[in-house]
Design a protein around this ligand. Structure first.
Ligand code: C2O
Length: 535
């Protein structure tokens, strides 16, 4: 195994998009940021130095960080932020994982521009379990605001108002020629006829699930969230913020220029957002003057295509890569996911939008939860997060005003080491139904089942996939429906779980699990590094 060293300088740079220049926060002046390359089994050391005016922290999204939450990154959960002028070294091993993941700022809304891909190759001599691609490309999908992103965040988070929608979606940081002043910066992927390419697609957008397609070309999905899938072929993929998807594309069409495009999937009519980001797949030798063809993308409200797509995802579950699905459950959890309207004396109208799990709006602590847990500091959090909502109700039926006002607290759930956990996430119709991509830090989980309406504990578990459910780190809870996940709590530490729509995270749609140490020194949290940032 190798040691891979990276230097990340957090610095502000002027970047111009959509005919506007503005300063953005970057890593090493790059947007999107640099790719981390490693092999399964390697040790990665990233030395972060913060030269920007904002406090910073970096999360390695999807890496399990076994016993090593100190390197996980979410601000005030596993570390205090890296203050301006200071640094911190993230030092971690990549064990038992290979594929595409990504890294991003995990404080404020800075991940809008502070993000990049993590490419983990299989161990030396281990081939992919699918045809060897000729070449590969990273495709990072994102969002661009003309306004300062932190001003947009303030509108959403501090004032509790719906914030401005982004002004563009982007592919590798570029909106593409359907947007003003964007034509000459378009991302172009050059291919040779007859060859096969691997695309590593990341959704780094803040607030939008996206459909992605390539005109004239099918895609074969082979991996999501750094877990191999049973390959299947599709015209378009659906990818939520936080998720990654690897697809094979064959350059088997007439040599030409073809658009690849990304556009939101939004299945409720609260906002009409059909901005389409484009990039170009160009066959070698075709002149740049040829006008590309646009792909057929599902409509922003095409819920059926979204559901059908997700149903096709299955873990590869081969002898080499078995799906170790927990067959029996030690602990059953049921969390409602809701938007709320809370009193706010200082806000316009005296109210503000918030969000809750089991009617609890999570309050961010002032010091890291992992430190508080490790050093037994009392008064930072409580471990009384309820296993069930305070009272059952018709979650997806007419909203009950009784549930519109939430409780507040830094409340987390404690899990016994190595226990098997089932968590049902149930969307509710408080204010409105909406789809929520949930991400759990420190773990992959299995997606046992999903459905529309209220989860029925008497019937729905009978339809769970106990054989080859998709294993991943971020999953959509469908609009007005539920998703059941299972995982084995074998990674001691404090692990954040939240909606990966940045707006909802800011409104309190988050909590954490405290996973207890296991027996003996090999199953307990590692000691903190000496340079862990102080609060
Ligand atoms: Cu990709 Cu807690 O985040």
């Amino acid at each position: 195994a190798a040691v891979r060293k990276y230097q990340f300088d957090i610095k502000v740079k002027n970047v111009s998009r959509l005919c506007h220049a503005k300063p953005i926060v970057t890593v090493n002046g790059m947007y999107p940021g640099p790719t981390i390359y490693a092999r399964e089994g390697d040790r990665v050391i990233v030395n972060v130095t913060n030269y920007a005016q904002y406090n910073m922290s970096i999360h390695w999204h999807g890496l399990k960080q076994y016993r090593n939450g100190w390197a996980d990154g979410p601000a005030y959960i596993t570390q205090c932020p890296i203050q301006t002028g200071n640094g911190y070294t993230y030092d971690f091993n990549i064990t038992g994982q290979r594929g595409t993941l990504w890294w991003h700022a995990h404080i404020l809304w800075l991940r809008a521009t502070v993000h990049g891909a993590i490419v983990i190759m299989p161990q030396q001599g281990t081939p992919f379990p699918f045809p060897q691609p000729y070449r590969e490309f990273n495709i990072l999908l994102g969002e661009w605001w003309n306004a300062d992103v932190e001003q947009v965040e303030k509108q959403g988070n501090i004032m509790g108002l719906p914030p401005n929608m982004s002004d563009a979606h982007t592919i590798n940081g570029k909106p593409g020629p359907l947007f003003p002043c964007s034509e000459k910066h378009t991302f172009v992927m050059e291919v040779e006829s007859g060859k096969t390419y691997l695309l590593r697609i990341v959704n780094a957008a803040l607030n939008d699930e996206l459909f992605f397609a390539i005109a004239g070309h099918n895609m074969t999905v082979v991996e999501v969230d750094a877990v191999y899938t049973k390959p299947f072929t599709t015209q378009s993929i659906l990818i939520a913020p936080g998720q990654t998807t690897n697809v094979l594309v064959q350059a088997d069409q007439a040599p030409n220029r073809y658009f690849m495009a990304a556009r939101p999937f939004i299945d409720v009519a609260i906002a009409v957002d059909n901005k389409t980001a484009t990039a170009i797949l160009q066959y070698k030798g075709v002149p740049n003057t040829v006008i590309p063809l646009l792909p057929n993308l599902p409509n922003p409200n095409d819920t059926q295509t979204a559901l059908d797509y997700n149903k096709q995802l299955r873990s590869l579950n081969s002898p080499q890569f078995p799906a170790n699905v927990p067959q029996k459950v030690d602990r059953n959890l049921f969390y409602t996911v809701g938007l709320a309207m809370n009193a706010c004396p200082t806000c316009v109208n005296g109210t503000r939008l918030q969000a809750s799990l089991n009617n609890i709006t999570f309050v961010m602590p002032q010091v890291g939860l992992l430190q508080a847990h490790y050093f037994n500091t009392s008064g930072v959090f409580t471990t009384d997060f309820p296993d069930k909502p305070p009272r059952p109700f018709n979650y997806t039926g007419a909203p009950l005003t009784a549930n519109l006002r939430t409780n507040h607290g830094t409340r987390v759930s404690k899990l016994a080491f190595n226990s098997t956990v089932e968590l049902v996430l149930q969307d509710t119709n408080l204010l409105t139904v909406e789809s929520h991509p949930f991400h759990l830090h420190g773990y992959n989980f299995f997606v046992m089942g999903t459905g529309i309406g209220n989860f029925d504990p008497a019937k729905d578990p009978a339809n769970y996939n106990l054989v080859d459910p998709m294993e991943r780190n971020t999953v959509g809870v469908p609009t007005g429906g539920w998703t059941a996940i299972r995982f084995r709590a074998d990674n001691p530490g404090v692990w954040f779980m939240h909606c990966h729509l940045e707006l909802h995270t800011g409104w309190g749609l988050k909590t954490a699990f405290v996973v207890e140490d296991g027996p003996g020194p090999d199953h307990s949290i590692l000691p903190p590094p000496a340079d862990l940032p102080p609060c």
